[in-house]
Design a protein around this ligand. Structure first.
Ligand code: MN
Ligand code: MN
Length: 500
């Protein structure tokens, strides 16, 4: 018997739309879950997914991918890579697994929403495979993190983080709830698959994989590259949708969803990837700076994709291009200063050669951020490490719970960064966060930042130690300086490492 080629039967077999007779179209696809823009059926009929795969093909490829990932891991376990990798590399893994494992797992809900409520059969097909992908991503990363538990209890935060009130967890939930979980199928496809996955996951999963390979962690490098091959497939759900929205007169709606999704996603990755690539990564293993990765993946590739689809650059693009020079430097300073509020040990990443690298990649870094690190190093050298830990909570963005920062050498005018809504004052990281808030204030108004919860009396006792307990950080889980302050002593001759 001759077997048909997939291309001979796919279009017919996947066309599972019919006219419902037992219920109305709107009952089958409630607009608030499916398509709040109410695009006509003829528009939806044009949806054409660029990546076509049958279930049998999918299963075979995925089985091979998984076999490869676990085989490499087994082989790597026989080397002593993890034992010899050092704290900085362990910190990168702990941060990645904490922020990513369960985030991938819960994106099953987003894929499931598109698989059920997408109005085009091709969209539902791709999202079904996307859902299966995200099961694999959650499971494999939790497995890898669990295997590393023997090295440190902090690896348990791969599973623990998103269920806590740790501030990074509050930030992550606020972002994912908005971009992945709290949207209809159309907006999810734009914000999650187009903005988050097409725009940014490349950087975490290809940029970081390149650095991991360079650092000798073949197992982790292979794991996240394998994940990215799935992401680059299911990320293609959004683009054909954007194309048909533009063509059928819904450009403004599409553009707004891109602008919101992109900005929220950018903040998440600046914190997660920006700090890791520019500070955590051992200097000799770095392949590019965060800014260079952003220029390659976002400015060159994502920008072109947007214009090709008939969309515009987000209205804040000039501000965004300036922001990639500064925001993540402030966030890194935050990781380090508030190191006991995170689940990994934070490398300062500012030894003399690292400062030179930072100055070369970000001209002016020394004058702005370097000066703050000078003061910190002086305090360490004087034995006053207690002065390097702020014992009070920072002012955070009402919207994403990140400390509000600005470049120290630039004048700061926060006028455009606050508003009052229904009697409550809101403070924002920038005018872009404020704009997003204004697009749908009731969606965001009730968000409780860590500071809101503190002021509401939920943190007891109402002090720094109370806050650490509120964040579920036991003393052995709290982060420390990853190099035990050795970096501050580097010019003082060998062997002088400060006691903790
Ligand atoms: Mn994934
Ligand atoms: Mn995904």
């Amino acid at each position: 018997m001759t077997v048909l080629q997939r291309s001979d039967w796919y279009d017919v077999a996947r066309d599972t739309n019919w006219t419902p007779t037992f219920v109305s179209e709107d009952e089958l696809f409630p607009p608030q879950m499916s398509d709040p823009f109410n695009m006509p059926k003829e528009a939806w009929a044009e949806y054409d997914e660029p990546y076509k795969v049958s279930y049998a093909e999918y299963v075979k490829v995925q089985r091979d991918k998984d076999a490869g990932v676990y085989a490499v891991n087994t082989a790597a376990a026989r080397t002593r890579f993890m034992e010899e990798a050092g704290q900085r590399w362990h910190s990168i893994l702990k941060l990645h697994f904490g922020a990513v494992s369960l985030a991938e797992s819960i994106s099953q809900i987003a894929e499931g929403r598109m698989a059920r409520f997408g109005k085009a059969p091709g969209m539902r097909n791709m999202a079904t495979f996307g859902l299966l992908d995200e099961i694999r991503h959650g499971q494999s990363q939790l497995y890898f993190a669990h295997e590393s538990l023997k090295h440190s209890p902090q690896f348990n935060w791969a599973r623990k983080l998103l269920g806590t009130n740790e501030w990074g967890a509050i930030m992550t939930r606020a972002t994912l709830d908005d971009v992945f979980l709290g949207r209809d199928a159309v907006t999810t496809a734009i914000m999650l698959t187009f903005a988050f996955e097409t725009g940014f996951t490349n950087m975490q999963f290809i940029g970081l994989a390149a650095d991991a390979a360079e650092a000798g962690d073949t197992s982790f490098s292979n794991l996240i590259s394998s994940i990215q091959t799935d992401e680059s497939r299911h990320a293609q759900i959004g683009a054909p949708l954007l194309k048909l929205m533009v063509k059928n007169g819904y450009k403004a709606e599409a553009q707004k969803a891109v602008d919101i999704g992109f900005w929220r996603t950018y903040r998440f990755f600046a914190l997660l990837t920006g700090t890791v690539i520019d500070y955590f990564m051992p200097l000799e293993k770095r392949t590019s700076s965060f800014k260079e990765f952003m220029q390659e993946w976002i400015v060159e590739q994502f920008e072109r994709t947007l214009l090709d689809l008939g969309l515009d650059l987000p209205w804040y693009w000039d501000y965004f291009l300036e922001d990639i020079d500064s925001f993540h430097h402030g966030m890194h300073l935050g990781w380090w200063l508030y190191r006991d509020t995170v689940w990994f040990n934070v490398p300062a990443g500012v030894s003399a050669p690292e400062r030179e690298w930072l100055e070369a990649k970000y001209p002016g870094w020394g004058q702005s951020w370097g000066k703050i690190w000078d003061q910190i190093a002086d305090n360490i050298l004087a034995g006053k490490t207690d002065l390097t830990v702020p014992k009070t909570l920072p002012v955070v963005c009402s919207f994403n719970n990140l400390p509000i920062i600005h470049t120290p050498t630039k004048p700061w005018d926060p006028k455009g960064q606050m508003l009052t809504y229904k009697g409550k004052k809101y403070y924002f990281q920038s005018h872009v966060e404020k704009w997003v808030f204004e697009q749908d204030p009731d969606r965001y108004a009730a968000h409780q930042t860590l500071i809101d919860q503190f002021l509401a009396g939920l943190i007891q006792p109402p002090d720094y130690e109370g806050a650490l307990n509120f964040m579920s950080l036991s003393p052995i889980e709290r982060g420390k300086d990853a190099d035990n302050y050795a970096w501050a002593f580097q010019d003082q001759g060998p062997g002088q490492i400060a006691a903790e």
